[in-house]
Write a protein that binds this ligand. Structure first.
Ligand code: IVH
Length: 711
C-alpha cells in the first residue's frame, strides 16, 4: 500500500485539530447544551448517536469556550462539568468514583498539560505510562476472594448499572483469578472487529438492525438482558483497586504501586490487558518520548484488531498520582490524547454498479463528501447485494462510514433514527451494467454471465501488468486499440498477433511493433506463477498464485488437482479450494490456447508433489518445494524502499525472491514473523517488529543472505 506511514502519522497528529463550534449567544448556548446532552445520553445508553465523535468534540469545545466567557450562565445539563454527560444512571454505588479523562489534541496541548501537571505536583512527573485508549465502555469488575461476583457499568460515575448477566460472555475477564484476592478490576469492554462482524451477523439473523459500530454493539450487548443469543466481547483491564474486603497489606500495596506494576499484577491474576496486544502500555520518562510513543501507536492503529480512539497517558508513580489528585470529572494525573475519528456519519447518495476484470458486478456507495483522517471520502465499498440487504440500507440514508489507514472506506450501517421517510430502496441491476448480459446471482458476489470476457480490457491490462506477464508497451490504451480492432478476444490472442496486423494499427510504427512483439516473446517465458496470476483466478492474487505454482510445479499438476489436493497449498482452506478448482476448470479452453501459443506452463525450481497415498488417505501436506533454501521455514515481511543490489526489485519481485529462497512472504508483521527486511522509510512495520522483538535486516544484509539466488 502506498505512502510512507510515518509522514502520514506526522500529518495526522500535527494537523489534527477539532475547531470549536462557534456559539454566539445564550440561546445558541442553550441549544448546544441540549444537543450535547441528548447525544451524550444516546452515546452512554449504547444507542446510535446522531453525532459522530468529531462533531461532539467540536460542540463540547464550543460550549466550554462560551462558559469560560459566561461563568455565571452555565447550565446544569452542560457536558463540561459532569461525569459522562447525561449518562444512564444505575443503582450500584462505586466505591471510588469512575472518572472520565480530559482530552488533548496536539503535541502542543500535550506539552501544556505536562506543564500544568508539573505545577500541581511541584516537580516534573518522573515517569509516564502510555497505552491505547480503548473505544468501548468502562466497567468495574468486583472479585470476592478471587471469584467474579459483580460487573457494573460506569453509569454517572458515582453509581452504575449491574450488568453481571454478561459475566461469561466477556473474554479476558476471568471468572476466577489466579489468586483468591478481593479486588476491583476496572477496564473497558469492547468488541474486536471480528466480534463486531459476528455480532451483527447474529443480530440480523434474529431480525434486528445491525449496530453502527463496535462501540454501539458492545454497549447494546452489555445492557441487553433477555436476548435469545449471546455474542462474545473482550475486556481490557486498566485499573486495579482495593475493595472494603481487601486485606490491609494488599490494599496498601495497590495504593503504593506504580500504574505499570498494577497492570502486571492484573495480568498475573489472569486479566487481559494491553500487554497482550501490539500496542502495550509502555513506561517512558520524558514528554518527548510520550509524543514519540503516541505516534507509534497512531501508526499501528489501522492494523489493530480492535478500535482505539486515542492514547492514554498516565503519571506512573503512585506518589505523582497522589500529588496531582483528581477533579470532579477527571483525574489530573492522566490525559487522553485523542486521535482523529475514523468514523463519520454522512449520507448515501447513490449506489453504482461496476464490473471488475473477473466479471464481478460490485456495488459502490456514492457519499456526500466527508473528511476522515484528512482525506475526503466520496465512495465506500458495499461488498455485495446480500450485504446491502443485510444492512438494510436505503438511498438517502445517513450512514456510518469507517476508514482507517489505507483501508478502503466501508459503510457500516444506516443510522436508523435519522430517517426522514424520504429514503428510497436501492435498486439492484437486472442485467450486467457493462454488457447487458444476464447476471449470475447464485453466489453472494454477483457476476456477469460473460465472466472475464465482459471486461476484457481490464482483464488484459491486468495480465500485462508488471507483476503478472510484465508486457512492456501494453498499457490500457493499447489494449483498447487491440480489442476494438478485433485483433484480440482473449489473453491467448495476444500471443498470436502478427507483425503486419500490428503495423496496420494507428500509432504503431516499426519500432513500437517490434518492441511489443519482443515483449510478448519474453512474456511467454514467464514462470507459471505469473501466468497463473495473469489468468486472474478469483480469490487468488500474486502471492497465492506463487504458492499454487510452487506447490504443483506444472499447469498440468494444477489442472489435475481436486479440492483435497488444492487444500494442501499453504493458505488455501476448505472454503477456497473448491472455488479455485472450479475456476481453473472454467479457464481450461483459455489455458489450452495459451499453451498452444507457446506460453510457459512450468515453475522453474519447483518439483511436483509426491502422488497422494495409494490407499486414498489424505496425506499430511507435502513439504513445499523450495524448502532447504537460505530462508527455509522463515516468514519474511519486506517494507520500505530497497537499496543497493535490490534497488530495482518491485515489492512483488522481492516476495518472489523470498519464496524462491524457501521462505514465505507476508505483508503484515506478527509474532509469527521471523524476519523483517526494513528499507528506507520503513515505518509502522519496523516499529511493530521492534516491539515484538522480531529480527530486522537491512536490504544489504538481506541481499547477503540470498546472494546465491541474486545471480
Ligand atoms: S484510565 C480515572 N485507560 O476512556 C479514569 N481509561 O474518555 C482513568 N478508557 O472513562 C481511566 N482506554 O472508559 C483509562 N487505557 C485506558 C483507557 C481508558 C479507554 C476510557 C475509560 C475512561 C474514558 C475517558
Amino acid at each position: 500500500m502506498g505512502g510512507d506511514p510515518l509522514s502520514v502519522v506526522g500529518g495526522m497528529i500535527g494537523a489534527m485539530t477539532t475547531p470549536a463550534a462557534v456559539i454566539v449567544d445564550a440561546a445558541a448556548y442553550a441549544r448546544a447544551v441540549e444537543d450535547a446532552a441528548s447525544a451524550a445520553a444516546a452515546y452512554y445508553a449504547g444507542g446510535s448517536s446522531p453525532m459522530d465523535d468529531d462533531a461532539y468534540d467540536r460542540l463540547a469545545r464550543g460550549i466550554a469556550a462560551w462558559e469560560a466567557e459566561h461563568p455565571d450562565e452555565v447550565l446544569p445539563d452542560s457536558p463540561t462539568g459532569k461525569v459522562a454527560g447525561g449518562a444512564a444512571e444505575g443503582d450500584v454505588p462505586h466505591t471510588v468514583p469512575m472518572l472520565s479523562l480530559d482530552n488533548v489534541f496536539s503535541p502542543e496541548e500535550f506539552t501544556a498539560w505536562t506543564a500544568s501537571l508539573a505545577r500541581r505536583i511541584g516537580r516534573e512527573a518522573a515517569r509516564f505510562a502510555v497505552g491505547p485508549k480503548l473505544d468501548g465502555l468502562a466497567v468495574a469488575a468486583r472479585y470476592h476472594e478471587g471469584r467474579l461476583t459483580r460487573l457494573i457499568t460506569r453509569g454517572d460515575g458515582t453509581a452504575g448499572e449491574d450488568v453481571s448477566h454478561a459475566i461469561g460472555t466477556v473474554q479476558g475477564l476471568p471468572e476466577t483469578l489466579a489468586e483468591p484476592v478481593t479486588v476491583e478490576v476496572r477496564g473497558e469492554i469492547l468488541m474486536t472487529t471480528a466480534q463486531f462482524e459476528h455480532a451483527n451477523e447474529v443480530r440480523v439473523r434474529h431480525g434486528g438492525q445491525p449496530f453502527a459500530n463496535p462501540r454501539n454493539a458492545a454497549a447494546g450487548t452489555l445492557r441487553a438482558k433477555e436476548r435469545a443469543y449471546t455474542v462474545p466481547m473482550t475486556f481490557f483491564g486498566y485499573g486495579l483497586l482495593a475493595l472494603p474486603g481487601t486485606g490491609t497489606a494488599l490494599a496498601e500495596r495497590l495504593d503504593e504501586s506504580p500504574y505499570s506494576e498494577l497492570m502486571s499484577t492484573a495480568a498475573g491474576l489472569g486479566v487481559h490487558t494491553s500487554a497482550a496486544t501490539a500496542v502495550p502500555d509502555v513506561v517512558v520518562e520524558t514528554p518527548e518520548q510520550v509524543v514519540r510513543r503516541v505516534q507509534e501507536i497512531a501508526a499501528l492503529r489501522a492494523g489493530l484488531p480492535f478500535g482505539i480512539d486515542g492514547i492514554v497517558i498516565k503519571a506512573d508513580l503512585a506518589a505523582d498520582r497522589r500529588a496531582a489528585g483528581s477533579g470532579s470529572r477527571a483525574p489530573r494525573w492522566a490525559v487522553a490524547y485523542k486521535l482523529p475519528a475514523v468514523e463519520k456519519i454522512t449520507r448515501l447518495l447513490a449506489v453504482e454498479w461496476n464490473v471488475g476484470r473477473t466479471g464481478i458486478v460490485a456495488p459502490r456507495g456514492v457519499l456526500e463528501p466527508v473528511v476522515i483522517e484528512g482525506s475526503t471520502i466520496t465512495y465506500a465499498t458495499l461488498h455485495n447485494p446480500a450485504d446491502i440487504t443485510r444492512r438494510g440500507l436505503r438511498l438517502g440514508d445517513h450512514v456510518m462510514v469507517h476508514r482507517a489507514g489505507d483501508v478502503i472506506p466501508r459503510i457500516e450501517a444506516p443510522v436508523a433514527h435519522l430517517r426522514t421517510g424520504e429514503e428510497q430502496p436501492i435498486v439492484f441491476p437486472e442485467a450486467c451494467p457493462r454488457c447487458g448480459s444476464d447476471i449470475d446471482t447464485s453466489e453472494e458476489r454477483w457476476r456477469c454471465a460473460q465472466g472475464r470476457n465482459c471486461h476484457l480490457v481490464a482483464s488484459l491490462a491486468y495480465a500485462a501488468g508488471r507483476d503478472q506477464l510484465d508486457i512492456e508497451g501494453l498499457g490500457t490504451t493499447r489494449v483498447v486499440q487491440l480489442v476494438e480492432a478485433g485483433l484480440v478476444g482473449d489473453l491467448a490472442d495476444l500471443f498470436l498477433l502478427r507483425r503486419e496486423q500490428l503495423l496496420a494499427l494507428e500509432r504503431m510504427g516499426e519500432t513500437s511493433t517490434d518492441n511489443l512483439l519482443a515483449a510478448l516473446a519474453r512474456a511467454k517465458e514467464q514462470p507459471l506463477s505469473r501466468v497463473l496470476c495473469a489468468l486472474g483466478v478469483r480469490g487468488t492474487g500474486r502471492s497465492m498464485s506463487r504458492r499454487i505454482a510452487r506447490y504443483f510445479a506444472t499447469m498440468d499438476g494444477i489442472r489435475a488437482a481436486d479440492a483435497d489436493a488444492m487444500q494442501r497449498v499453504d493458505g488455501i482452506g476448505a472454503e477456497k479450494a473448491p472455488s479455485v478448482v472450479a475456476e481453473i476448470a472454467e479457464l481450461a479452453p483459455l489455458i489450452d490456447k495459451l499453451a498452444a501459443a507457446g506460453v510457459n506452463m512450468t515453475e522453474p525450481g519447483a518439483t511436483p508433489p509426491p502422488p497422494a497415498d495409494a490407499d486414498g488417505e489424505d496425506g499430511t501436506p507435502a513439504e513445499a518445494p523450495g524448502d532447504g533454501g537460505p530462508l527455509a521455514g522463515m516468514k519474511v515481511v519486506v517494507t520500505g524502499a530497497m537499496t543497493g543490489r535490490l534497488e530495482s526489485l518491485s515489492r512483488n519481485e522481492m516476495n518472489e525472491l523470498v519464496e524462491r529462497a524457501g521462505g514465505r512472504s507476508s505483508s503484515s508483521v506478527s509474532k509469527n514473523t521471523t524476519l523483517v527486511v526494513a528499507g528506507e522509510g520503513a515505518g509502522s512495520k519496523r516499529a511493530k517488529a521492534e516491539q515484538l522483538g522480531v529480527r530486522l535486516a537491512t536490504p544489504e544484509e538481506f541481499a547477503a543472505l540470498v546472494a546465491d539466488l541474486l545471480g
